[in-house]
Design a protein around this ligand. Structure first.
Ligand SMILES: [Zn+2]
Length: 358
């Protein structure tokens, strides 16, 4: 439903932008140096099958997890895991964001996330940010599957491109997260660089006031990565995590944004990679390995199949019931909480374009 043909930079796909280009200049990483450590080689077999091995299947991935043959799981996620929570396509008409573009006469959608435009007029960004206020959206079954992975002691790290904070909201501890494009949970003064916790600026944002630093009156900006800004220092954790991983899960991402996308090549060549996504993407399409498994289609549906193979259905139902019964620290959820049993309804509607349950 994109309105601007291929003008979007995929760096914004975590908001649902649908572009086709990749960043021509990779973002700088705080601390310096190019961060990607690619494992050497790998099978060039296609379709996830090796020359001498039998084809690797979702069942095989489940067995590796169940038998704890794999227990250092690294996960990469993108916008595709948030859309079932109702986070809409940034540029779709009728969802509110497009009206921001018209209201503020933005030259193009990405201008909202460019520093030069932000300093010129920060109001469009904060109008946009207000819609992502914590509590407006709830984690869905995919987030809770990842939480379960953590609770079972299997999650080495979760790398997300999303800035909606739903991974945190699902209960995954910050130590297990790398929010590669930052988050709205904290902010920094753009003048004196004084850091602020989220609650200090949300009060202003929610009454349509541009949050300002009480010390120097500079505009405070949430700690998300704008175009040309360095990625958070925690992104450098990939240098240790990916070589150590014994299983890589890639969920709901187009693998178009660098340097994030290249992380999928940074696990050892013998390490199984599971992609659950609408489309076959990234290096799993270009340079597949013998132990790749690809589960195409609806992400929540794919995760549900994996959960069933793992025998975790009861566990995740209990977890979701526990979590959705909690009072949110933020007060006004506007969407219904997802329930695992809804997935059965999702299954019935997989043939349709829209899933009405989130
Ligand atoms: Zn300041």
């Amino acid at each position: 439903m994109a309105l601007f043909p291929c003008s979007a930079v995929p760096a914004l796909r975590f908001w649902g932008l649908r572009g086709a280009r990749v960043w021509t200049r990779w973002p700088r990483i705080t601390g310096g140096g190019w961060p990607i450590s690619c494992s050497a080689g790998g099978s060039s077999d296609t379709g996830g099958g090796g020359h001498s091995e039998k084809k690797f299947l979702l069942q095989d991935i489940a067995e590796l997890i169940k038998t704890r043959a794999c227990q250092r799981v690294v996960v990469m996620v993108g916008a595709g895991i948030s859309t079932p929570s109702g986070i809409p396509d940034f540029r779709s008409p009728g969802v509110g964001y497009y009206s921001i573009l018209q209201q503020y006469k933005l030259p193009y959608p990405e201008a909202i996330f460019e520093l030069s435009f932000f300093f010129h007029d920060p109001k469009p960004f904060f109008t946009f940010a207000k819609k992502l206020y914590p509590g407006n959206y709830r984690p869905n079954a995919t987030h809770y599957f990842l939480r379960l992975l953590h609770e079972k002691g299997l999650l080495l790290r979760l790398y997300t491109q999303n800035i909606d904070g739903l991974e945190r909201a699902s209960g995954i501890p910050a130590s297990k997260l790398v929010e590669a494009h930052g988050s709205l949970a904290s902010a920094t003064c753009t003048i004196c660089r004084r850091p602020y916790p989220g609650e200090d600026f949300w009060a202003d944002v929610m009454v349509d006031r541009v949050p300002r630093c009480p010390v120097c009156s500079g505009v405070t900006k949430p700690d998300i990565v704008f175009f040309g800004e360095p990625l958070p220092e925690r992104f450098l954790l990939h240098l240790a995590d990916f070589p150590m991983a014994d299983l890589l899960l890639i969920l709901g991402t187009s693998l178009e944004v660098e340097p994030f996308a290249s992380l999928s090549d940074a696990v050892r060549s013998s390490v199984p990679r599971l992609l659950i996504n609408r489309d076959l993407v990234g290096s799993l399409a270009r340079n597949p390995r013998g132990r790749d498994v690809v589960q195409l289609g609806d992400v929540v549906h794919g995760v549900k199949r994996l959960v069933e193979l793992l025998g975790w259905t009861d566990d995740i139902q209990d977890l979701i019931q526990r979590e959705t019964g909690k009072q949110s620290p933020f007060s006004h959820p506007v969407l219904p909480s997802p329930s695992w049993h809804r997935l059965n309804l999702v299954e019935q509607h997989l043939q349709t374009e829209k899933l009405p349950f989130y």
